[in-house]
Every structure is written in C-alpha cells, then in structure tokens.
Design a protein around this ligand. Sequence first.
Ligand code: GN1
Ligand code: MG
Length: 341
Amino acid sequence: MYITWFSALNDLYKFKIHSESMQPFGEGHIHHTYLVETSVGKMILQKFNHAVFTEPEKISHNHLVLLSEIDRSKLSFQLPLPIPNKKGEVFTRIEDSLFRFTPFVNGTCINEVQDTKQAYLAAEAFAGFIESGKHISSDSFLEVIPGFNDLSLRYNQLQQAIKQTKRRLTSELDELISFYLNQKDLVEEYEMWINKLPLRLTHNDTKINNLIFSEDLSTVNAVIDLDTLMAGYAFYDFGDLVRTVACTEHEHSTKWEKIGVDKRKYSALMEGFLEGGKEFLTDDEIASLPFGGKMMTCIMGFRFLADYLNGNIYYVIKYDEQNLHRAKNHMYLLKALEVMG
Ligand code: GN1
Ligand code: MG
C-alpha cells in the first residue's frame, strides 16, 4: 500500500521521497501524519481525513486568503502551509486518498507545558496569530466545518446522539449524559457573547501540540495545524489553550481525582494572550476570555461523548471507551473551571 503511494507521490512532486525514512509523527486525532526524508530535506506527509474535512478546497481557499493578506516575514513564528505538487495543487489524490506535504519545522512539540513561561509564550503566539489577521474581513474565510465551535449546534448534536445511540446505558454513561445535558447555562452564555463580539480570523484548534517550540522551549518556532483557521471568536483560541495547558492532567488521562486547574499556568496564559492581543482585543473580548476556557472544555466534552454514543466514527481512538473517558476527563476539568468562576 505505502509503496504504491510513494511511487505515485514521487512522480507528482518536484522532490524525491526516501520511503524507508517514513515514521508516524505527532499526536493529532484526525489525519495520519508522518515524518519523511526527501531530496530537499525533512517534510511532513499527511494522509488527509476527508471524512472529517469533506470540502478540502475550502481549506485551500482560507490558506490563500492568509497568504495574500498577511506578511509572514513580520511574524515571530512560521506558518507552514502545504507545498503544491507539480500541477500546483496542495492536495494530491491517489485512488481514494488525499495526501499533502508541509515543510518540517525544527523544534519540539509538547503535550504538556513544564512551566509558566511556556504557557505565556503559547498564548502570546496564538493571540499573535489572530493579530496578524485583524485587518482581514471575517467574510473572506470559508467555514471548513460548519458550526465547528458552535456550542448550541454541538449541544443539539449531542442530544441527537443520545436519542440514536446503541450503547448500553451504564451508570457511568448516565452520569455523563446528565452532566452534559445540564450545561444549558453555558449554551445560553455562548449565545450572549456571540451576539456581542467581533468575528475574527482565529485558529480554532489551539491545543498546545499545535505549536512547535524551539528545542530549549524558549521561543515558539511555528503555529501549525492550520486546517481550521476561519472566522471565530477570540475566546475560542484562548479557551482551547486553557483546556490543554491549564489542566493538571492530559486530555486522555483517566486519573480522575488528579484532574484540576493549574492556576499559575492559567494566569500565565491570560498574561500571554493579553500581551499578544494588546493591539486588537476589545474590553468585551477580554471579559469573555474566562468563559472561553469553560466553553471549549464543554464543547469537547459534548463532541467526545457524542462520538462515543455514535460508535467512535470521528476521532482516532486507542480503545473503545477512550472517547467516553475523554468526556469524563473534561467533566472534571469543567467542574474545576466552574469553581474558579
Ligand atoms: C482534533 O487534529 P487535532 O488532534 O489537533 C479536533 C479538535 C479537537 C481535538 C481534541 C478537525 O484536533 O477540534 O479540539 O481533536 N480537530 C477537528 O483534542 O475536529
Ligand atoms: Mg493537531
């Protein structure tokens, strides 16, 4: 299988791929990602998940808007965008699969920050990303996944999954369903904020492993995973950082009693985001940031639980109950964030 892809890819790109060098790379839940050596150096090769992104041309459109509207040389980090094939296309179709190459950026990807400095840098970089596109009209971007971060829509999708599920209702599952259905207040608060705040270019998937730090973790070398860049609210990007940086345990941890909020990392995120966003953040946006942490934790809880109920059709999982456990992990995190206010 791989051999067929490689010989086809080798004909379609200007560089040669050393197939024996290929190794799985990163922790993404959606695409299959590999690191490969080529005649022009290391590259990232992805077998693209077009069941999740059914309209890849919208991603390309958004990338082109970004390329034409921002001056990447002015950014303090790289934005590695896909490398076109010989025909100028960023996606290469081989049989039923889509592939793409992006430049490999040296550095290190982390799943957990070791100290508050990295939390600060991460938030500053993601706010800097929004800042770079602050002059672009939100209408210029296409919605790559409809309602991707829309809490009301995800709540409805969860309700639908509960109605249709074939899963047996255990007490654990029952507790999670009740907990998430009880989050109506957050959904209402979400509606209130979106009626008040400006839409901007946002990244929409600001988990910590979507940054490449320098080896010594002293700077951010690149903001990666640019598939979901589109119009959104600043609190989405702050919120997903809270979910993945300020939590005392990883997203896949099942050590329920250890899940909580690291307040020092949370404060560092807030400081970094305010610094990176100082040129554009309005007072209302600043006031919405704490809501973002709760909202993004809640939306992932909805999505993980819905995916478990739907039979694990969306996220890559390592065992059948992993999505249930991710939703349970997020229930504990959301409870801890609620306590903070
Ligand atoms: C997915 O690809 P990855 O792992 O960065 C998901 C995000 C979720 C995340 C949960 C397109 O991101 O929305 O936050 O998993 N991306 C998509 O960790 O659904
Ligand atoms: Mg990713």
